[in-house]
Structure formats: structure tokens, C-alpha cells
Ligand binder design. Structure first.
Ligand SMILES: *[C@@H]1O[C@H](CO)[C@@H](O)[C@H](O)[C@H]1NC(C)=O
Ligand SMILES: *[C@@H]1O[C@H](CO)[C@@H](O)[C@H](O)[C@H]1NC(C)=O
Ligand SMILES: *[C@@H]1O[C@H](CO)[C@@H](O)[C@H](O)[C@H]1NC(C)=O
Length: 637
């Protein structure tokens, strides 16, 4: 009754037959009211609290009419409409799903804001400075596309909060996010047709859903089922069990036949197992040739065979670029129209390896272009017996701007990322990619973008954990952490950082070495062996968690609130993570620390799985001892 009255007040003349109860359910009461921005607020009363869930619209102009069929449709004077529909969700997960579909002329800027409140928030874009939870992120008018800047290799338009509410944006929205910028403690979701979105769109759309559930876990489970999707299969099991050894951080571009053989021999000599040896940059005669440089690898078949006879599988690094001057491949791709072109007709762009010339980006949205690329790689694989590939890049920002891509204009530019990773995923379960755009269903590893060798949130060790959580809570749970110790772009890792990094990585789905334990000392070798063995020992549990990701969409490495979704203490813990639902990992990520505080959610826990060391959860353990050879972890009874 009260809600109806408020609506009358808001809508004035046209309020006659509006039944606002359409938006109401037993658990949630919703009403619309005017806001100071010349738009509407949608206000919910839930769990006895009234909260503004969304500011729907700013400067939308006067309300012209409110129509109601099975939905509520509000028409504004300036040719803008919003349709709000509501769906009751019942069954195992109970809640309510509101969908908002704004349509507006192409010049309109549609803006819906969410007060971040006192909740904690998860999801959001992958970031170089990956804070977790994400309400601390500052994102000024941030285009929501995969991009090189800020290591934003995954841009999943999904926000989830500790109250059990999620926001999910349709991929057709030309989305920007402004968080903690225009307004503090608010996230404004903006649809606007401006770069990097093409001006060829004929209208503006802002389409999204708000899911309101009993708790945060239910909300996320529902979002996975309905929007994010789950992987359709499991990646390679040997990559889960044993470390990948990459040439990249230790050798950078100085690789050749002798270097990789010597690397393999060292690994074996020091008694470490392997899933494969990855030959990274630089093996090509020029970038994009997909042709081996014989000055480095005079007989690649022989290199691969030699590695195989030593018990290594072999993968090589590759990418979607062709540098200008890399002939005849560049000219062939150009003449056949296989390169991404801008709206100005230019194919020229750049990447980190163009070496002061320019490069071009293969247009994976064109079937002929991707087949050309895939067939050449397949030939390479078959000629030398290479097992699989590390696929680098894939972000939409590598395109010459604004790219002209195939398909619905409203899927652009994100479609290039999706089409690239979907194409290369065809090489099977040993594939790794590093970008994602609504590709959670692929049964392949997604690598964290290169980490730096720091102890800080500047893309250093703490972000190994927070990126893991960020990816998992966007539905990308087949996470391949990057090199242990970071990439050493600034300086090589210290012994302590290397050991702490390995420990933090132990209960993640895979280990990847490039810096090696024997470059430090015997103690490092000994500790590294211990954690490589522990990782292998827990491989069945990792595999079990990966299988549950496939069957149920469960995160492999969730934040600890996953098993205690109403435990407010758990909500903002970023330096602990779970493997599945029964193993809690609390790595030391602080330089010099030999102890740390650990929070255990309710339950009985066994320290390091030892039945003699029972601990009661629901409490903090202050100054828990963690000398350099110790990773604190706990197994739930
Ligand atoms: C969390 O609390 C809500 C009530 O606010 C309840 O419906 C839900 O079942 C609780 N979740 C768990 C896992 O206990
Ligand atoms: C870049 O160019 C310089 C100078 O021409 C050359 O010495 C170097 O090897 C090139 N680097 C790569 C990665 O091609
Ligand atoms: C390291 O271990 C090796 C093999 O066990 C041994 O020969 C060597 O003396 C040790 N080095 C140091 C510095 O302890």
C-alpha cells in the first residue's frame, strides 16, 4: 500500500494503474522513488533493512509514461525507456532476479549507480594492483574491455557482494565502470558509445540483472549457473600434478637448443619432476612466422625428441601477432584480409615485441583468418612433435583502434578475445591462455598475467592470492599461476621471496617454475622439493575440486567465506584461500615474517592434516608460527 502511494507521488499524472507489487516478493519489498539526479532509485526493503539497490538513471528526463504488461516499463521524455522485469527463483537457491533493459538513442549516456555500502565486493576486472575484496579499487570511467593496461586480461562484467546480491551486465552493453571516482564508495555502471566502442552502433543499451539471494554463496552459485557458466572439461592432469618448467623468466629471449637441453638436464639432475618444458620467446625466425629460427634450433625435431627422451613433454610459446617485415607471412595475411583493421583502414598496431616497427593482429573473428593461423600451428606441432602451446595476449586493446570486426557490432570489441581463445582451445587440454571474455566454459588453463618480483600489491606476491580469488569468483577457476618468484623484470627473486611464492602456490591448480631452486642454495632445494611433493600429494584433491568445477560450477580455490557465507569476519580476508571446501591455506606473504595471524572459519581443523593437531574454527589464531620452511595449511574434519 505504502509503495503504491510513493509511486503515485513520483509518477504524478500517470500513476493511475501502476501495480508496483509486481516488484515485490515475500522476502523483498521494492519501490521506485525519485532521486536527485533526475532519475529513479529502486529501493528495496530486505532483511528488515531499507537500501537503495540501484540508482536507475541520471538525467533521464521527465517520466512520460509507465506501462505495465508482465513487466514495468518506464518511458522517459527523451526517447529512453527502461523495462524492469522480476523473476522469483525457487528451489535450492532462493532469491529474486531483476532485469533492467534500457534502450536509448546512441548519444545517450545511461548511468546506474550502486552504493557499495558496508558490504564487501567480489568479481570485477582483473587488475595489476589486485585488491581484494574489490571495493577498494579505484576505476575512473574505466572501459570494460580486455586490455593490456592494468593487466586487465579478464573483464567479466560481474559484481557480487557479501549480502548476497550480484550485478551482471550483458555483453552487448558498451560498458564503463566508474568506481570510487565520480562518487566515493559507489560503483557507477555506464553505457556510452565512445571509444573503445564503435560509433557504428545504432543505439545505446544498458542491460543487466540484479540477483538478490539469501547469502553470497547462493548468489554466486546462481550467477554461475545462469550467466558465467562452468568449464566443460578438465585440463591436462599431468599439468595439475607436476610443475611446468618455462624458459621465460630465467633465460628471457636467450634460448636455443643447448640452453633448453641444459635446462632439462639440470631439472632432472636435481631430482625434480615435470609436466613439460615450455620453450618461450624467442624461437621464431620473426614474430608471426610460426617458423623456427634455425640459428637457434638447427633441428627442432631433434630438440623435441631429445627432451622427450629425457621424460619431458614440450610446449612452445606463441601469440596472435605478425610483425611488419616478417615476410612472406605478413604480406600474405595482409593481402588476404586476415589482419584486424581499424575503421580508418589501418592494420598497424603494436605489442611488447614489435621492436620499434609495427605489428598486426590476426583477425580471429574471421573464420578464414583463424583457420590459416591454426593450420600453420598444427603443421608446426606435427612436424616437430610439439605437444601444445602457451598462447599469449588476446586482449582486445591490441587491435588497431577502433577495430572493424566480424559479427554483431554490439559484441565488439570483446569478441576478438573470445574468438581467439575459443580458436586456440581446440588444441586441447594442455593449452594455456591468459585472456578471457565470457569463456569460462573452455576446459583449459587460464594463466595469470605476468607477475612482478615484489613483496607488494604492485603485482607482487600478495596478488598471487588475490588474482586467484578474483579469477575464481568470476568463474575462471582453472587458474594457472604465473612463474614462481615472479618474472624478475625488476630483479631476480630473493631466496625468501622464491620460497614464500612457491608455498603460496602449493594448493593452486598448477606450479610453474622458471627461476630454479638450485640457483639459491641447498635449503631452497630441500624446501622446494617438499612443496613440489606436497602439491603432487594433494593432486587428487585438486583434481577433485576441478571436477566439481566441471559438474557444479564450484570455484576450485574460493575465498574462505565460501564455506561460511554468513561469517562476517571471513568476508574481507585476502591472504588465505581454500582448495575445494576442506583445505584452507594461509601463506606468509610478508618479507621477514616468521609467523602470521590466521582466521579459521567454524569447524574442526587439523593443522597440516595432522590428526594430533586439532584446532577449533570460528576464531583467530594470532602469531601462528611459520618459519621459512613452513606453509600453514589446515584440513577440515
Ligand atoms: C545465511 O543467512 C540467511 C538468512 O539471512 C539464511 O537464509 C542462509 O541460509 C544462511 N546461509 C547459511 C549457509 O547458513
Ligand atoms: C630488436 O632490434 C635490435 C636492433 O635491430 C636487435 O638487435 C634485437 O635482436 C631485436 N630484438 C628482437 C627481440 O627481435
Ligand atoms: C649441498 O648438497 C650437496 C649434495 O647433498 C652437497 O654435496 C653440498 O656440499 C651441499 N652444499 C652445501 C653448501 O652445503
Amino acid at each position: 500500500m505504502q509503495a503504491t502511494l510513493i509511486l503515485v507521488a513520483v509518477l504524478g499524472a500517470c500513476a493511475q494503474a501502476v501495480d508496483i507489487s509486481l516488484l515485490n516478493t515475500p522476502a523483498v519489498k521494492a519501490r521506485l522513488e525519485n532521486n536527485p539526479y533526475g532519475g529513479l532509485n529502486i529501493v528495496f526493503t530486505r532483511k528488515g533493512l531499507t537500501e537503495v539497490i540501484a540508482v536507475i538513471g541520471r538525467r533521464t528526463g521527465a517520466i512520460k509514461d509507465v506501462v505495465q504488461d508482465s513487466d514495468v516499463v518506464i518511458q522517459f521524455a527523451n526517447d529512453t525507456t527502461v523495462r524492469i522485469s522480476v523473476e522469483e527463483v525457487s528451489g535450492a537457491r532462493r532469491g529474486q532476479l531483476l532485469t533492467f533493459t534500457w534502450e536509448a538513442p546512441k548519444s545517450a549516456r545511461l548511468e546506474d549507480c550502486v552504493n557499495l555500502g558496508t558490504s564487501h565486493w567480489y568479481g570485477g576486472p582483473q587488475q595489476k594492483r589486485q585488491y581484494w575484496p574489490i571495493e577498494r579499487l579505484i576505476l575512473p570511467d574505466y572501459s570494460y574491455v580486455t586490455k593490456e593496461a592494468d593487466n586487465c586480461g579478464i573483464a567479466e562484467p560481474y559484481w557480487l557482494n557479501s549480502e548476497g546480491i550480484f550485478y551482471y551486465f550483458d555483453k552487448k552493453v558498451p560498458l564503463f565502470i566508474d568506481q570510487n571516482d565520480l562518487e566515493k564508495n559507489a560503483a557507477c555502471f555506464i553505457a556510452q558509445i565512445k571509444p573503445p566502442y564503435s560509433s557504428k552502433r545504432d543505439r545505446n543499451d544498458l542491460i543487466y540483472a540484479i540477483g538478490i539471494f539469501e547469502d553470497v554463496r547462493q548468489a554466486h552459485e546462481y550467477a554461475v549457473e545462469k550467466y558465467l557458466e562452468k568449464p566443460t572439461g578438465i585440463p591436462d592432469e599431468r599439468m595439475i600434478k607436476y610443475p611446468i618448467w618455462s624458459t621465460w623468466a630465467r633465460y628471457k629471449r636467450n634460448v636455443d637448443h643447448d640452453v633448453v637441453l641444459k635446462f632439462a638436464d639440470e631439472i632432472t639432475q636435481y631430482g625434480f619432476p615435470n609436466s613439460q618444458l615450455e620453450i618461450d620467446d624467442l624461437w621464431e625466425v620473426c614474430y608471426g612466422a610460426q617458423t623456427v629460427d634455425v640459428t637457434r634450433f638447427p633441428n627442432m625435431k631433434n630438440t623435441v625428441d631429445s627432451l622427450k627422451s629425457r621424460g619431458y613433454r614440450v610446449t612452445i610459446w606463441t601469440h596472435p601477432f605478425i610483425n611488419k617485415g616478417c615476410e612472406p607471412w605478413y604480406s600474405e595475411a595482409l593481402s588476404k584480409g586476415y589482419l584486424v583493421s581499424s575503421e580508418y583502414g589501418s592494420v598497424e598496431t603494436s605489442w611488447w615485441n614489435d621492436n620499434e616497427t609495427t605489428t598486426a593482429y590476426i583477425d580471429f573473428t574471421k573464420p578464414e583468418a583463424r583457420n590459416w593461423y591454426l593450420e600453420r600451428l598444427m603443421r608446426l606441432k606435427n612436424s616437430y612433435g610439439i605437444d601444445s602451446f602457451k598462447f599469449d595476449g588476446g586482449e582486445s586493446s591490441w587491435s588497431p583502434q577502433i577495430p572493424v570486426l566480424k559479427g554483431d557490432i554490439r559484441d565488439q570489441p570483446g569478441v576478438i578475445t573470445a574468438d581467439y581463445v575459443r580458436s586456440v582451445a581446440q588444441f586441447g587440454p594442455m593449452v594455456e591462455v591468459r585472456s578471457g571474455y565470457k569463456t569460462q566454459d573452455l576446459p583449459i588453463f587460464v594463466r595469470m598475467i605476468d607477475k612482478d618480483t615484489y613483496w607488494t600489491f604492485e603485482n607482487g606476491l600478495p596478488t598471487l592470492i588475490t588474482t586467484l580469488l578474483q579469477m575464481n569468483m568470476n568463474g575462471y577457476s582453472l587458474v594457472l599461476p604465473d612463474m614462481i618468484g615472479g618474472n624478475g623484470y625488476n630483479e631476480p627473486p630473493s631466496k625468501e621471496l622464491f620460497i614464500r611464492w612457491l608455498q603460496a602456490n602449493t594448493f593452486m591448480p598448477a606450479l610453474q617454475f622458471s627461476y630454479v631452486p638450485w640457483d639459491f642454495d641447498n635449503e631452497t632445494i630441500e624446501i622446494s622439493k617438499k612443496y613440489v611433493a606436497l602439491h603432487a600429494q594433494y593432486a587428487p584433491q585438486i583434481l577433485g575440486a576441478v571436477r566439481r568445477a566441471v559438474t557444479e560450477g564450484a570455484p576450485v580455490n574460493p575465498p574462505i567465506w565460501w564455506i561460511a557465507p554468513n561469517d562476517t569476519t571471513a568476508y574481507d580476508i585476502w591472504d588465505e584461500y581454500l582448495l575445494g571446501e576442506t583445505i584452507l591455506v594461509a601463506p606468509v606473504v610478508e618479507r621477514g615474517a616468521r609467523e602470521r595471524d590466521i582466521y579459521l572459519p567454524p569447524g574442526t581443523w587439523l593443522a597440516e592434516g595432522n590428526p594430533a593437531r586439532r584446532m577449533q574454527g570460528g576464531d583467530w589464531y594470532k602469531d601462528y608460527p611459520a618459519p621459512l620452511n613452513t606453509l600453514p595449511y589446515f584440513v577440515r574434519v
